[in-house]
Each structure stands twice: as structure tokens, then as C-alpha cells.
Write a protein that binds this ligand. Structure first.
Ligand SMILES: Cc1cc2nc3c(=O)[nH]c(=O)nc-3n(C[C@H](O)[C@H](O)[C@H](O)COP(=O)(O)OP(=O)(O)OC[C@H]3O[C@@H](n4cnc5c(N)ncnc54)[C@H](O)[C@@H]3O)c2cc1C
Length: 434
């Protein structure tokens, strides 16, 4: 049977583009569908840690607006000497970009990628109508401005973020199968964050809470289970508040504490300006979490926020989106290569990528899911560690600040945030500290 593409990808954000880039570079034909027209705004402070920059397949220097070498960590404390810890590094900790431009840049790199007949194509859709899983392939039906369209491929990647449709459809596909998977989306949890942009030109000559306008600030004072932030860009500060790791039993109550009023008050407290008076837009979005417990299944692979892969300790999600997109691509390529190897052995002759080998990959669906689970495991292990660390830290931030004030632990904590240090090293050091 002829299939239209080697892979269908829903969502052209960081996760979808990362998967599409690797597949196209490896000679595969990919269709990306997205319901937005790019460039499109997306609520995100777009702090790109060192590990995020390392995971990207190309330099994002053209859209990087600032490089930060220092992080300022703040907490509520009556003792002013305990309110702040500054962590400085010789190497850049984080690059600052504006998400709309970052995503448009990554998409352009992805659409220009493609070797040996491989390519990534983007289609604007209205919404997904259905995803049907057949014994050898997926049939995706979408609504477009000009009517319904149908596409086929052996595998589909769900990269449509925290509010996407694929996760829910994938859950219903699983549940209609003979076995109820233990990983049906009860594992999926949500964080919530709001942000706004304040131009440097609107700031008073000195900031009321004593911050410098170009400080990269994580402030754990304004709400439990999350933080407020100041992320300095080229011509503005991205200011926000987010709840990532609920400390209350009722997580939804805690997410509801992240309000426009809270952000406006926080902006007045930190920057001395009113968002309402500035006419600044406040935007927000849920963040997908809990994905350390996600178990891939069948021919629909979830990635990024759709798979709940945001780090619950830091709220960072672009790194996980890239790594999971690349892991899905690696699993698909591995499966295709195995089929082609078998074909070569059977025919006794070399073969090039063909649609027929893709069709055979479709019949190997459980193997693709297993391969994806294997490629995803290192990230999931790190996120499971982060989930435990987040519970401990947000219940008692002072304990975490004590660790950060320790000169031996501080560089390790910084390295874990910036580079994704193997967590066993950090656990050993923390255990010694405790
Ligand atoms: C306020 C805020 C601040 C943040 N700050 C940071 C930060 O500084 N650093 C960091 O690393 N992370 C940050 N994050 C998290 C980060 O934004 C996400 O983790 C990241 O965007 C996930 O990438 P993704 O590709 O999985 O999904 P997304 O970036 O959400 O992309 C999903 C894509 O799918 C499309 N889509 C959605 N539904 C459909 C559909 N039904 N059909 C077709 N297409 C669809 C969307 O249009 C979008 O293009 C922040 C999040 C928020 C909310």
C-alpha cells in the first residue's frame, strides 16, 4: 500500500520541528500540520539553557537577544541577607530569545532541511477531525480552510502542546484496544503561567525592589509551588508568574492563584509600572507535566508538552520538547532501518529509502513505541528526579536556598539547571550535604 508520508507530525513548535528536522535530514518525507500561521505568538519566556542550545541541531544566534552569565534566585524572608542568592558562571547559563521569532526561525530551518529525497512540508489546518489506527498505518483526517483532507503514514507524532488534541485522541485509541494501558492520561498534570512584556523605556530610573533591569531573576516569593520571573530581552523584560509543582493537595486551586491581578501586582512591586496602565498584553498557557510516567503505545508517539515533559522544578519545557522530538525521530529511523536491513538481506542487494519499507514499519508499530520508550528514558529519569526535587523544594524553599548558599553545591546545582548534569551526581552531593 502506498502511504503519503513517512511520518505525520501535529504541531510545528519545538518538539514537532525537532522531530521533522532529523527525519528530513535522514531522507524521510514528513508532513507537519499546525492550526496557527507562523510567525505566531506563544506564551513563553523563551529562556534557552545551555542544554537547550546544545540539543538544537543549528545555531540560534540570529534570534538570540541576550546571553546571561548570572542567575538571581530570590525568596521571601524577613532576613534581607537571606533574600537573594546570585549564581555566576564563566560560561553562558542561558540565552534569551523572543518565542515568536525563535519558533519562526526553527521552522524555517526545518522546512529547509532535507537530504537524499527527505523533506518537511507544513500545512495549516483548522483542527484534527480524526486519527484512525489501522494494522499497518495511521489515517489522519483534518479540517482545512478549503475542506477536509486525509493523510496516511506508518506513524504519527503528537507535538501539539499542552492544549492539543492528540493526547486525548491517543488515550481514546488506547482505551478502545483490548488492554487498558496503565499509562492512560491520569499521569498528565498541568502547570499554569502568565506573562507580559515591559519595554525598558517604560521603567523608572531605579527598580523599586532593587533589581537591575538586566538581571535574570527567579523569585520564589510571590506564590507557593512556583515562582515569578524577570527575563531580560533586547528591548524589554519578560515578566511572569507560574505554578509548576503544586504544594497543596488540590492542584487546581493552586493553579487558580496564578491570576492577571497577581501578575499586575507583581509587576508593580518589581518594575514599578502597571500593566493595565501600559496597555501590556497578558498571555498565559498550561504547561504539560507528569510525563516521566508516560509509556508510548502504538503508532501515535507523544512529545514535548503533549507528553507532559515540562520540568516541574524549573518550568523549563523547550529542552524536553527538542529531546523528545529527536527521540521520536530516532525511534522511527531505527525501525525503518531495521526493515530495510531485512529487505537487503532478503534481496541480497542494497536498497534506498522507499515507501514500501515505511509500510512495513507500520506493521511493526509496537516496536516503534518500544524504541521510542528506550530513547525517551534518560529524559524521563531526569524528570522523575525533578518531580521529587520539586515536591521537596516547593514545600520548603528555604532548605533549597541553604543548599544554594553552599559554595560546593552551588556550582553543581547551576550545572544541573544549565547542562542537565546526570542527577545521580547531584543526589550524592545533596545526600552528603543533608
Ligand atoms: C508563560 C510560559 C513561560 C515559559 N517559559 C519557558 C522558558 O523560558 N524556557 C523553556 O524552556 N520553557 C518555557 N515554557 C514552556 C515551553 O513554552 C513549552 O514547554 C514548549 O513550548 C513546548 O513545546 P512543544 O513543541 O511541545 O509545544 P508548543 O510550543 O506548545 O507547540 C505546539 C504547536 O502545536 C500547535 N497546535 C496546538 N493544537 C493543535 C491542533 N489541534 N492541531 C494542530 N496544531 C496544533 C500549536 O499551534 C503550536 O504551534 C514556558 C511556558 C509558559 C506557558
Amino acid at each position: 500500500m502506498h502511504l503519503d508520508y513517512d511520518t505525520l507530525i501535529i504541531g510545528a513548535g519545538p518538539a514537532g520541528c525537532a522531530a521533522a528536522y532529523d527525519l528530513a535530514q535522514a531522507g524521510r518525507r514528513v508532513l507537519l500540520v499546525d492550526r496557527r500561521t507562523f510567525p505566531r505568538p506563544k506564551a513563553c519566556a523563551c529562556g534557552l539553557t545551555r542544554k537547550t542550545l546544545d540539543a538544537l541541531r543549528y545555531s540560534v544566534e540570529p534570534v538570540s537577544e541576550r546571553i546571561c552569565y548570572e542567575i538571581v534566585l530570590q525568596q521571601a524572608s524577613d532576613d534581607t541577607s537571606k533574600r537573594e542568592v546570585k549564581v555566576r558562571a564563566k560560561n553562558p547559563i542561558c540565552a534569551m530569545a523572543v518565542r515568536e521569532r525563535f519558533d519562526a526561525f526553527c521552522l524555517a530551518q526545518t522546512l529547509a532541511a532535507g537530504r537524499n529525497g527527505g523533506s518537511a512540508t507544513l500545512r495549516k489546518i483548522e483542527h484534527i477531525t480524526s486519527i484512525d489506527e489501522h494494522p499497518t498505518h495511521i489515517v489522519l483526517t483534518v479540517a482545512t480552510a478549503t475542506g477536509p483532507e486525509t493523510f496516511t503514514a506508518p506513524v504519527l507524532i503528537g507535538a501539539d502542546g499542552s492544549n492539543g488534541q492528540t493526547r486525548r485522541i491517543e488515550a481514546s485509541l488506547r482505551n478502545s484496544g483490548e488492554a487498558q494501558s496503565p499509562s492512560a492520561p491520569h499521569w498528565y498534570e498541568k502547570g499554569f503561567a502568565l506573562e507580559a512584556c515591559v519595554p525598558y523605556s517604560a521603567l523608572p530610573s531605579s527598580l523599586p525592589a532593587g533589581d537591575a533591569p538586566t538581571d535574570l531573576v527567579f523569585d520564589f516569593a510571590p506564590l507557593p509551588g512556583g515562582y515569578g520571573w524577570l527575563f531580560p530581552k533586547g528591548d524589554h523584560i519578560n515578566i511572569g508568574v507560574g505554578a509548576f509543582a503544586p504544594t497543596a493537595d488540590d492542584a487546581s486551586t493552586q493553579l487558580k492563584s496564578v491570576t492577571r491581578d497577581l501578575l499586575d501586582q507583581y509587576t508593580q512591586h518589581k518594575l514599578g509600572v502597571s500593566l493595565a496602565a501600559l496597555g501590556a498584553a497578558i498571555t498565559g498557557q498550561y504547561l504539560g507535566m507528569g510525563g516521566h510516567a508516560y509509556i508510548p503505545h502504538g503508532r501515535v508517539l507523544l512529545t514535548g508538552d503533549a507528553a507532559g515533559l515540562v520540568d516541574p522544578l524549573t518550568g523549563e519545557g523547550i529542552h524536553s520538547a527538542l529531546v523528545s522530538g529527536q527521540a521520536a525521530a530516532a525511534a522511527i529511523l531505527e525501525s525503518i532501518e531495521k526493515v530495510e536491513e531485512t529487505e537487503r538481506a532478503e534481496l541480497g542487494a542494497p536498497s534506498s529509502p522507499t515507501a514500501s519499507s515505511s509500510t512495513k514499519v507500520g506493521s511493526e508499530a509496537s516496536k516503534i513505541a518500544t524504541a521510542y520508550a528506550r530513547h525517551l528514558q534518560p529524559l524521563q529519569q531526569t524528570l522523575a528526579f525533578s518531580a521529587r526535587a520539586a515536591r521537596a523544594f516547593y514545600r520548603n524553599p528555604e532548605r533549597g536556598f541553604r543548599a544554594m548558599r553552599n559554595p560546593l553545591l552551588r556550582p553543581l546545582i547551576l550545572k544541573t539547571y544549565a547542562d542537565g548534569l546526570p542527577h545521580t551526581k547531584l543526589i550524592t552531593a545533596l545526600a552528603k550535604f543533608v
